[in-house]
Write a protein that binds this ligand. Structure first.
Ligand SMILES: [Zn+2]
Length: 435
């Protein structure tokens, strides 16, 4: 095959994301077989070229793990970051709930490969001394209604790795290292789940397929209590007061909305042509939107109300703890590398979990049409403020700071009020369509 390389993910923003021939060969790959287990120290690499031999000692050591003595780790973070490979370049998989246990089948640097295939940073785990790798069985499964959510309880022998897939009207939970001896499942009718189907898809993997009552999903959570896995599926928001009151000004009564004005403090974000910082306009528009939403009866939470530093972690934690109906992160865009400041403009919408897709598309189309703004587009994007899963979470990029024409619109107080009004109307209409 041809030796090509892929550009960074950002290249898609300028349409230059095709593979390109590798200009300089700087990476030689080979394969060696070692049939014994043990620590083999630092490998020596030899390169023969034109009768000359160069050798170099590697900086890392090579260890072959014994399949009979695999270590067992436990996840110590609230949500351990599982990835498709041993670096942060690799995509994220479903986070592992605290307490999850798995065997380590490989190591690279400070990354561990777990028995079900995912990689995790060693520092997010602790070694369980003397533990032997185990699979779990599962027997009965039960469920209960708690305020705002349906909980499904999976009693296990050990906390096994999990993965989640959302789709239209389905929520699929896969439990790894698990073999079913299930004869009984208790699941009454409730607001979210229509039916649960399950399958033992391989001898050590079980898939739980929740058929849902509506297309829109309102958030989920997974946690271990001891060795029992608890899946929580949030109920739809209660919009009944609107029906009772008929045409009401309080159309968003009972709705909780979290607004996250991007950046703040030392984090200034993108800059306008005159150096005007994105963090300021994010806050202005978020406060105007807060006012509009409160007028419509919503409860609004703000991640910041002044110009101060708030970490991404703290913003995500607020969504997790406050459990809003929806979460919106308000931003204005910076030009991508090699972008064109004059011809790049428009409204962009970013989502990550399936449950945030419909709101993203709706708000994008709504703002583009109502405000006659250019469209930058809708993106699936792995971002700190699109990753929260307890509520549909969308990140809005409302325009490009550096585009001089768009910046006039961005910084105009009257346009800012119209924008806040249109976003609030859009949210209200969207909630009516998914009712
Ligand atoms: Zn920003």
């Amino acid at each position: 095959s041809q030796d090509v390389q892929l550009p960074s993910n950002f290249a898609v923003l300028t349409g230059q994301n095709q593979p390109t021939p590798r200009a300089v060969i700087n990476n030689y790959q080979g394969c060696a077989n070692i049939s014994q287990s043990g620590n083999f120290g630092n490998p020596v690499f030899q390169l023969n070229l034109n009768g000359e031999r160069v050798s170099q000692r590697g900086t890392g050591t090579v260890e072959i793990l014994s399949p009979n003595r695999l270590e067992v780790i436990e996840v110590i973070e609230e949500a351990g970051v599982a990835r498709t490979g041993p670096s942060t370049n690799y995509s994220r998989l479903t986070p592992l709930p605290k307490g999850t246990r798995a065997a380590v089948t490989g190591k690279e640097g400070d990354w561990l490969r777990l028995d079900y295939g995912a990689w995790i940073r060693q520092k997010e785990t602790k070694l369980i001394a003397g533990a032997t790798p185990r699979k779990s069985i599962i027997r009965s499964i039960t469920s209960r209604q708690v305020p705002g959510a349906t909980e499904i309880l999976f009693p296990l022998e050990i906390p096994v790795p999990v993965s989640v897939q959302q789709s239209d009207k389905t929520f699929t939970l896969t439990l790894h290292n698990l073999t079913a001896q299930t004869d009984t499942i208790f699941l009454n009718d409730g607001p979210v789940i229509k039916r649960l189907d399950w399958y033992q898809v391989t001898p050590d993997r079980v898939e739980y397929n929740f058929r849902l009552k509506s297309e829109q999903q309102w958030g989920y959570d997974l946690r271990y209590e001891g060795t029992t896995l608890i899946l929580s599926l949030r109920h739809p928001p209660n919009l009944s007061s609107r029906g009772r009151l008929g045409v009401s000004t309080q159309q968003l009564a009972g709705i909780k909305i979290l607004l996250d004005p991007g950046h703040g403090g030392a984090e200034t974000g993108a800059s306008g042509p005159n150096g005007y910082p994105e963090k300021d306009v994010n806050l202005i528009v978020s406060k105007l939107l807060q006012k509009e939403l409160v007028q419509r009866g919503a409860t609004v939470y703000m991640t910041r109300e002044t110009d101060k530093d708030v970490s991404l972690r703290d913003r995500m934690d607020m969504i997790h703890e406050l459990e809003p109906t929806i979460a919106l992160s308000i931003h204005y865009n910076a030009l991508p590398d090699y972008g064109d400041a004059i011809n790049t403009a428009g409204i962009g919408m970013f989502w990550y979990h399936t449950q945030a897709h419909d709101l993203s598309v709706f708000l994008h189309n709504y703002l583009v049409q109502k405000l006659r703004r250019p469209s930058y587009g809708v993106f699936w994007n792995n971002l700190a403020l699109t990753r929260p899963h307890k509520a549909p979470s969308v990140l809005l990029e409302l325009g490009f700071m550096i585009n001089p024409v768009e910046f006039e619109w961005i910084s105009n107080p009257q346009e800012q009020r119209q924008l806040a009004n249109a976003i609030a109307d859009g949210i209200t209409e969207w909630l009516a369509t998914v009712e």
